[in-house]
Design a protein around this ligand. Sequence first.
Ligand code: SAH
Length: 343
Amino acid sequence: MKTDIKALNFEELNIAVKELSLPSFRAKQIYKWLHEVGCTSFDEMTNLSKDLRNKLSDIFYISCCEIEDKYVSQLDDTVKYLFRLTDGEYVESVIMKYKYGYTICVSSQVGCKMGCTFCASTLAGFKRNLTAGEIESQIHAAQKDLGVRISHIVMMGIGEPLDNYSNVLAFLSNVNNENGLNIGMRNITISTCGIVDRIYDLMESDLQLTLTISLHAPNDEIRSKTMPVNNKYPIDVLLKACKEYGEKTGRRVSFEYTLIKNVNDSERNALELANRLKGSLCHINLIPVNDVEERGNVCSSREDIIKFQNILKRNGINATIRRTLGADINASCGQLRHLKKKG
Ligand code: SAH
């Protein structure tokens, strides 16, 4: 079994180069080819000898994402890719254009185990974790295809990033490295459904990224019905971790709250949410629920969404309504899905 060389972080690649008795400058050369240029084969590494390229390809492979399908939104230039991975599995990624640059929403797993009842990513179950190289390859493939530089990353695609913790950490280290894509931690957001143990681990690594929590409910009764993870980590335990995260890292945690008609969108729900979060420095992103055919959730009315936002604001909670992008290509939050491997 060969190892994905793109999944190694800079230190690990240095060790691997040493073990092959190569001079240490080779590590930086190879690293740049993999992470700055985004090579998909050793033959592209033109400043390495043929012998060395052969030697590397005997031991390693380079993970990559082949474009299987590409969808361009007619509404807002959002692009969604269906990528085929080396083993024939598929993941989806979305590129959004903002005033400040291009943002990619990457997937971290093939499918998802979390089972949230409103989300498409979990419908076909969980297949496997992505390697750090596969997460990063989504960026390289999209950049090459679009001919643009992606400056921001949101880990809000398929999968639960904190359920693939060590690979996600290696991915972050590589995209942040100055010999790689060199994307600043402050331009990176990780979204989690609330795996509290890993939030504490992340706190220890003290990265200056943005952590956002998929909260989606003001109390345990509603949350446990819609998000099974709440049975293991109830809201109080989750919010305590978020508070400590903010204190330790100095980074304000944000919350996502998907509004579903008659599930979590009443005035009472808004008040309960406000009371729960009162006194904590936080930001809530309200997301009108996006259509997932199999799920049958109904979006709250515009009027109810604004009412909900106003109750939060009146109670001192900073709340914005998220703009929906890529609605015509099923590229919005919760719409990315695990497609079964063909054949
Ligand atoms: N597993 C992580 C990363 C996924 S991010 C997490 O749960 O945070 C995708 C975001 O879209 C999450 O906030 C998710 O809860 C939300 N989402 C899922 N289904 C949705 C839907 N149908 N409409 C709007 N948002 C949805």
